[in-house]
Design a protein around this ligand. Sequence first.
Ligand code: HMG
Length: 388
Amino acid sequence: MKIGIDKIGMYTPKQYVDLVELAKHRRVDPAKFTIGIGQDKMAVAPLSQDAISMAANAAAKILTAEDKAAIDLVILGTESGVDNSKAGALYVQKLLDLPNRARVLEIKEACYGATAGLQYAKLHILQNPTAKALVIGADIARYGLDTSGEVTQGAGAVALLVSAKPKILALDLATSYFSEEVPDFWRPLNQMIAEVDGKYSNEQYIRFFKETFADYQAKTKYGLNDYAALTFHLPYTKMGLKAMREILPQVDEAKQNELQQHYQQETLYGRQIGNIYTGSLYLALLSLLDNDAILQPGMRIGLYSYGSGAVGEFFSGVLQPEFKAQLDPMYYLDLLAKRQKLALDDYEAQFTAQLDPESENQALTDDDPFAKYYFAGIVDKKRVYKAK
Ligand code: HMG
């Protein structure tokens, strides 16, 4: 039985910071940000968009009434959770009017959460072939003003509808994972910004990639020549390329060029949005599918997921005959083009305001035409989400 990604949807908030402007403001050569890091813009979430509302907005883009009726598993992968106990996915279930006869939960392991959700969903569909599962990765990446990680911030969500007979990507059965406690990136309780050992995190990302790719190769016998493209968790768009360069010598020059050309297509959305943590790998996949004219049904795509702390996983899937018909690239072109550039003063003021969760205790509104749902504030200590 084929199981995999039937639909994929994305949401990112309407505000962004121009990174050339930010570089000049921070007295950094803009080329460091645009070439050295590989980022042009970063999405900034207003108070009215948190991980829950962004998750609901990403899923709303793809779900039909028929899909909703068939969903019996909802998983939110996030490290920007809004409650220490309750799963954010429960708010998403309610906002989207999904069935109550469903298993609804949240998974946390840094940027790996959505991949854990996808693998759980794969096994769930194996047991329940007529059901559908909704897996969403949604996050706000915050490192702090004038830190080396600042240029890699971002915000957004990617929703995956997982089913049998998937129309986009049928996942291969094998998968390779590797976990080890490493202090590369973490966010202590009650802290809104991450702690990170930047250079060390890059090394761990690459080490875990080499481990999982080699293990997958041994398990499946797929060599690098068997993949049309490799997709990566992209904390910034240079990162995946650094990892891929480690294995490119395994193939001839023509194949190396091919893989690097496909790689450029997978970075197009991330370049304009930034790190969305759990959703980043799937944002890269969506960017590749939406923008790469060369991809054809039957081609195999590799996926590398990395969550600091750390867990890495390499797996793959095969593009399905109808995959192009499931995509809506013009919608995302429009969404990205219609965003508003934030003045740097406004960005810094918003960032500082968000470090104090109490400041969320107000009646919020949201005028983003691409957002159906928003966070409206806190009443009697309860979070209120509204549909427009
Ligand atoms: P940094 O120290 O400011 O930058 O921080 P750098 O000095 O390493 O420079 C970056 C690149 O720019 C270098 O290229 C420079 O040569 C180049 P590279 O050697 O890497 O190829 N450069 C220039 N290029 C052109 N013109 C110039 C110029 N100047 C320099 N004028 C760092 C960079 C990524 C460490 C920092 O931004 C950071 O700490 N980011 C956050 C952590 C991160 O993203 N880590 C990635 C791996 S861990 C991960 O992916 C998990 C994560 O998503 C969290 C989770 O799982 O939840 C982060």
